[in-house]
Ligand binder design. Sequence first.
Ligand code: BGP
Length: 477
Amino acid sequence: MFYSGKPSFPKDFLWSAGTSAYQCEGAHLIHGKTLSVVEKNMNHKYADPSVASGHYEFWEKDVELMKELGLKAYRFSISWPRVLPKGRGEVNQEGIDFYSNLITKLKEYEIEPIVTIYHFDLPQCLQEEYGGWSSRKVIPDFEEYCQVLFDNFGQDVKYWITINEQSNMFQLPYLMEFNENLPLEKQKFEMNHIMTLAHSKAIHRLRKANPNAKIGPALGIIPNYPASPKPADILAAKHADDLRTYLFMDLYMKGSYKQSVWNYMIHRGVEPTIESGDMECIKSAKPDFLGINYYQSRVVKYIPSHIEEKELKLNYDGEDDDTQFENIPGLYEGAANPYTDKTRWDWEIDAEGFRYLLNDIYDRYEIPIIITENGLGTVDELTENNEIHDEERIQFLRDHLNQLHLAMKDGVDVWGYAVWSFMDLLSTSSGFRKRYGLVYIDRDDTDIKTLERINKKSFYWYQGVIASDGETLADSE
Ligand code: BGP
């Protein structure tokens, strides 16, 4: 549809920015905290999580900057191993105090906390004890962790995200541990089922703890486009969407397995074990909203079944253009899009895809949406005057926010938007070289330097967008 006039967002729109615990806090093995699975497995060619952005130390300064920016909300995650260092049982009071102080300060500045319960950081001890997400033992432990959060922060936190990017957890190499002696695909679907149950239990717990609070998942979604108008490619894109997106969405929103995906799993002998009561538990845990992390779209083409299977290989250094797209022989294979620009890390930049995706999701599920992540990962250089002129990021955010606004005009119910990320933080795949922040952190992968916070040009640009309820998005400068 076509609309004219300046963009204007609702007065109560939650302009936000986000982070996650292991990517920004640091202090990863002190103050009572123990190791998480993602910290153990992340790309160690780059910076480690021991200091990250120094947020554990400088959180007050960071909240001051959020206030200066004019944020209406801040999305962050709580670290499970900081709160429950053994995964369950004894609570680390220092961890509780840290988050409690942070939440109090945010509230004082009228910045709404949006809290992610689980952002990739399973306590490593639970991985070692029973294989983490491969065992149903994780479900009561996760419930206990949720209950600790609801008991301690339930009065002040209105918005909760259950699990961040459940779908990506099974595709990226460093977010989960798998058993090398068992078939990988089967393990992934078993873990996905267990994680969906844990997500559902969290919703049920919150309904009891605080019926007025709102809760939902955050999914990382990449819409798949057919590589050509060939019917086989169009079907390939549908298959990719079903396996990579709608499997997860249908579980969350409809409480059932998408039939075509279920039949595919049965055919391959990789379907998860469903115990009595599982589907009732999942179906009755209807989320209040859906969080969407959007960075890119993807093109896929049909490939016949005799082609060799390929795994996704990421471009880690942002230099070599060496991404290898995954495939599923007989279904699809990823390909580059000749019509979009790419980031240094080969992510397709596709603002219109954002509007397309939002319409598609809303048509299917008719649920309120918050954009939980959207942003540009690139290399930022400090000038001699200690400034960062990140025009590329501004362009990315402006284009995406304009498309978001159009999607809202189309009728999609979106109530908030979080830039990824508030400050530079540890990219799980590519360390500190790949920066996303509105605030620059003075460090790199090898040198911790001063950890000084420096507002980038995008910080002041976003400040203007928030203050004008989006009207300045119409300006090209
Ligand atoms: C999402 C994660 C974030 C963040 C972002 C960018 O998948 O939820 O935690 O990392 O992607 O990814 P990366 O840092 O790998 O570029």
